[in-house]
Ligand binder design. Sequence first.
Ligand code: HEM
Length: 318
Amino acid sequence: MTQPSESHAIATQPQAIDAPLTASAAFLVLTVGTDDAAIATARSVLASTGDLIKDIRIRLSSGLFSCNVGIGHRVWGPLTGQPAPLELKPFQEIKGATHTAVSTSGDLLYHIRAEKMDVIIEFEKILLEAFGDAVTPVDDVAGFRYFDGRDLLEFVDGTANPDGLDLPADTIVGAEDPAHAGGSYVVIQKYLHDLAAWRAQTVETQQAIIGRTKFDNVELPDATEGQKAHKTLCTIEDADGEHDILRDNMPFAVPGSGVYGTYFIGYSRRLWVIEKMLERMFIGDPPPLHDRILDYSRAVTGVTFFAPSRGFLSALGD
Ligand code: HEM
């Protein structure tokens, strides 16, 4: 017989937030129709997420496949019928003196990871067929692993991610919001790079902007005053210590159209930590010394979601 502690653990089991980075990924952002039929269909497809994942996984002879679903603030109430997670709200635009973190539309996020793109496309095809006209895709970006896990600015990306027991501690909501334990806040932003301008900088300048060496990925000392590096601006500390997030960024590109970008995705137990990072990047610390990565990278989307536990998702079908 299942013990109460075991059934709590099963109900609050997180989605595959801790899945490893793969060679391919897709970031599918959808809006949901407002009529009752659209909401009912979307709720039923969300509830069957676990089954749809199993349907694909069994067909793979080998290789990883994972999919995390996030739900945005606008549709949280209608879709779930439950109070929203404590911190969930729409992505707040952040307007710095020079650069803006824009807020764009999106009700559902599917973050799909696999070693090969065929599996991802197959999953998206089945998923979108199930949704039918209940949803409208607003963005669908295919990411790929670039040499050594680098971004298209050619720096290794993801090094400082939490691991071991720090990973769930930094990414998964716990007793502070019991109704949403096992969930995770997710923020996405699509960045487009000006590669010609970036390449015109010396490697020393690029390294000072990122805060790590380019070839061998060694961390550089933090500047204590004046212009700070990206990695310093994104280090959030308070009386409780350092607050990390998990980033599963992927490069994407359409070389024939001159499109080169980084799809930023951050998972966090606390939404305010990602918001603080963005504030320090776009407004600067101290203002107006914004993150110089933004002089070569323009944010064209920005959406916040909450990826509930597996139990919460499947209960939507009850
Ligand atoms: C153009 C978009 C971005 C690019 C190309 C980028 C790239 C990088 C690179 C190369 C590093 C150093 C290696 C590592 O630790 O991963 C880094 C660190 C980091 N980035 Fe970004 N990043 C981008 C946007 C963001 C955004 C929007 C956030 C948060 C809202 C963020 C948060 C972080 C954090 C937390 C670290 C680790 C800091 C530490 O050393 O503790 N990044 N990023």
